[in-house]
Design a protein around this ligand. Structure first.
Ligand code: C2R
Length: 173
């Protein structure tokens, strides 16, 4: 009685990831890292993985069909060139998918990736951000989560105020 259960206290509970950041290749990571960094700076647990619709179709199917049952709330998917990953994942998952077009080594000029992600058929939306716009994908993911979470909404309002102050304080001469 009154004894502290040191065993259970010493177990550090790691938050399970709420946003999955996937990309067609590890060569996309330097771009996609901006989404990961933003979300982690806001205290959101993330998971980042290479998943390719072209090169690992079975893994892509497994990931997309299981993500919602593992506590993931939003998927951010980046890919370059013939960027089928975001759309294919969106065709399977009930979760919102944010697509990040990437100007990759096999991109002609980036438009290939933008259009592959943007021009989805009716019924299968992918929220597409700017070319290499991974930070905005992170912000949008947080905004989606914030719609049902007042604490996150407060964080977003503080983020916006910080951005405003930064701009107002800029002096050019
Ligand atoms: P490598 O650098 O590995 O050759 O990849 C990746 O996202 C990357 O930008 C070059 C580019 O190929 C893209 N890729 C896709 C998919 N899988 C890989 N667009 C896909 O399934 O959509």
């Amino acid at each position: 009685m009154g004894k502290t259960n040191t065993k259970s206290k010493s177990v550090k509970k790691t938050a399970s990831p709420e946003v999955a950041i996937i990309m067609g290749s590890d060569s996309d990571w330097p771009v996609m890292k901006a989404a990961n960094d933003f979300l982690q700076s806001m205290g959101i647990a993330t998971i980042a993985r290479v998943v390719s619709a072209h090169r690992t179709p079975k893994l892509m199917m497994k990931f997309a069909s299981e993500a919602h049952s593992k506590g993931i709330k939003v998927i951010i998917a980046g890919a370059g060139g013939a960027a089928h990953l975001p759309g294919m994942v969106a065709s399977i998952t009930p979760l919102p998918v944010i697509g990040v077009p990437i100007k990759s080594s096999n991109s002609i000029d980036g438009w290939d990736s933008i259009l592959s992600i943007l021009q989805m058929p009716n019924g299968v939306p992918v929220a597409t951000v700017a070319l290499n716009g991974a930070k905005n994908a992170g912000i949008l993911a947080l905004q989606i989560m914030g719609a049902s979470n007042p604490k996150i909404q407060q964080q977003l309002l503080a983020f916006k105020q910080g951005m405003e102050q930064e701009v107002l304080q800029k002096k050019l001469s």
